[in-house]
Design a protein around this ligand. Sequence first.
Ligand code: NAD
Ligand code: MG
Length: 395
Amino acid sequence: MIGVSLLGATGSIGRNTLDVISQHPDRYQVIALTAHKNIARLREQCQRYRPQIAVLADDSANAQQLAQQLKKTAPETTVLTGADGLRTAATHPEADQVMAAIVGAAGLAPTLAAVAAGKRVLLANKESLVMAGDLFMQAVHRNQATVLPIDSEHNAIFQCLPNPIAAELTSQNVRKITLTASGGPFLHRPAKTFSSITPEEACAHPKWQMGKKISVDSASLMNKGLEVIEAHYLFQASTNQIEVVIHPQSIVHSLVTYTDGSVLAQLSNPDMRTPIAHALAWPQRHTAGVPSLDLPALSQLEFIAPDHTKFPCLSLAYAAIATAGNAPAVLNAANEVAVSHFLQRQLPFIAIPQIIEACLTQLAGPAVANLDDLLETDQCTRQYAMQHMRNLAYQ
Ligand code: NAD
Ligand code: MG
């Protein structure tokens, strides 16, 4: 049996992972499940999957309540809380694989703990790699951890590269990698109407059912920007080796162009269970519960160049890689603050890139040397972003 810890079990990726695991009960054993606050869903998951550990990251009276509820129905499950609980889940000796599916910077410490423990890390939490970049990848190599990308685009590239983990792109005769983007809900919406965009409109993604933060990121194209940075670190790719193309059908998940002109792509229905099953089973394969593509039914596949003027977040991400140093961490923190305020109706959608740009201009500097300094950069950026929003009278 392969032991799996799921960080962020109650979210969209967490639930899709449990769906795939349920299809292979003789292969996987759930070791730990973690959630932020959703005690009802975590309780149901514990009763069904009987993990050794359940973690409520937001430690409060809720954890005691959960422990009480599980006493009879899942007596083998110990309830833990907070950062220590997450670390225990991420490093549990019986966890062979750790699904890192917490959203945002909150996922950094437990994901890095799994890396430090030399685990096989299934990385959905792209923000942790964007923030920590070189520190993250150095820790992977130092601890002989394995990182398998869950993001559908990076998973596609991983599948199309001959040696995705060890070798840099040029040595594999790769000319470029192309990340596809659905374009989000505002692909065809005129930019002059962007000032009235609501959280509901931004979260109504045409192709994917996801958590709110990544849905807003997809609407602003910052999700693709974060993915460009993710690809930069994961595949040792320079900015001129990473191309973004809008592909509204979300069938071709990404492509690799070789020096001989060959282009390899991975295609599948837009269903996260495919990359999740790929990473769980790698280097083997097994079912994901996803139907085969019906090629004749796909009448048209479109590929369109992205509009950087309408979606400035994408250019900001490229600029953050070019600036290097702490810029990707600043970009990530500023984006998290701006998106959270947009979701609370305290910031217009069009102000998201303005806040990020202001933070980059003010705070981008040399690379940080360790996790403490990185967390300080994250905190300083959050404070500056809040201050900037107040100055612009958004709060
Ligand atoms: P989600 O909002 O649906 O779920 C987030 C999970 O993280 C939940 O289990 C929640 O309890 C937990 N969480 C939230 N805040 C936390 C905190 N402060 N401390 C501890 N746990 C916390 O998000 P999602 O859509 O599942 O996305 C998860 C990650 O996967 C994100 O980094 C996202 O970018 C990435 N991702 C998601 C998809 C997708 O299809 N949903 C695709 C690619 C990548
Ligand atoms: Mg993606």
